[in-house]
Design a protein around this ligand. Structure first.
Ligand code: DGL
Length: 269
């Protein structure tokens, strides 16, 4: 691991850009390599084995071909189902950070009685949030709800319009969410509809988004391991497993124009 190595960030598509953007803002000197596995989107509907294979191959690419010093699993589904496999694929050559632990630590500081968690089917079925939160804070009532259409809806650009309003309402009016005090966005795509979700709850529920918390965790880990890049670099490069307009458009939206994109198929050989 060297200070010069980039930070590797991956997700199934554009969701992890919310995390990459927070890292870029907090750590402007660092180079970032982003991998959006658009060929396999949505991860939330895939088997655990499939997500483990995708995540391991991306990790190997980011370390072996790109020399990344840290891997940020900017995807809740992969963090829930494939964390161990990513650590294994890293073989101690890079630090590995998931999106769940920084959020669980934050929850502990807020003292919620009832907390909602929304995410993909894969994340929700894994019960990773209720298990991790209740292991440390057994009194918090954690209510988990799968909202499988959200990631594809966002990836297709249906946000801030009638379609997104109806789908959001369709899921969030679920009775089990009544009286929640906080809502965890347990999918990195969801910060893109954070304000619509806040509006659905009349701004009376705290909407908790992991991106800044994860960026802070990256900084702490790099500091601790003495891996922070001291010179000003700050380049970003974006790979996608299959070109999609949505990925290109969203990346430009988050990181500005004139970005370097490359299509990278890690699976056919
Ligand atoms: N952004 C991802 C997550 O945090 C995955 C969405 C998907 O591909 O289903 O879970």
């Amino acid at each position: 691991m060297t200070k010069k190595g980039p930070i590797g960030v991956f997700d199934s598509g554009i969701g992890g850009l919310t995390v990459a953007k927070a890292i870029r803002e907090l750590l402007p000197n660092e180079d970032i390599i982003y991998f959006g596995d658009t060929a396999h989107l949505p991860y939330g509907e895939k088997s655990a084995e499939a997500v483990q294979q995708y995540a391991s191959a991306i990790t190997q690419f980011l370390i072996e071909k790109k020399g990344c010093k840290v891997i940020v699993i900017a995807c809740n589904t992969a963090s829930s189902l494939a964390f161990k496999e990513v650590v294994k694929a890293a073989k101690g050559r890079a630090e590995v950070i998931n999106v769940i632990d920084p959020l669980v630590d934050y929850i502990g500081e807020q003292m919620f009685d009832k907390l909602g968690v929304i995410g993909t089917r894969g994340t929700i079925q894994s019960k990773v949030y209720s298990t991790k939160i209740n292991a440390v804070f057994p009194k918090v009532d954690v209510v988990e709800l799968a909202t499988p259409l959200f990631a594809s809806m966002i990836e297709e650009g249906f946000i801030h319009n009638d379609i997104s309003h109806s789908i959001i309402e369709g899921y969030l009016k679920d009775e089990k969410l009544v009286h929640i005090e906080g809502m965890v966005l347990a999918c990195t795509h969801y910060p893109l509809i954070k304000d619509e979700i806040a509006e659905f709850f009349n701004h009376k529920v705290e909407i908790i988004d992991a991106s800044v918390l994860v960026a802070q965790r990256v900084k702490v880990v790099l500091q601790k391991e003495d891996l922070l890049c001291k010179v000003s670099r700050g380049a970003s490069k974006f790979y996608m497993s299959v070109y999609t307009n949505s990925f290109a458009r969203s990346t430009e939206h988050f990181f500005g124009n004139e970005l370097i994109f490359e299509e990278m198929d890690l699976w056919s050989n």
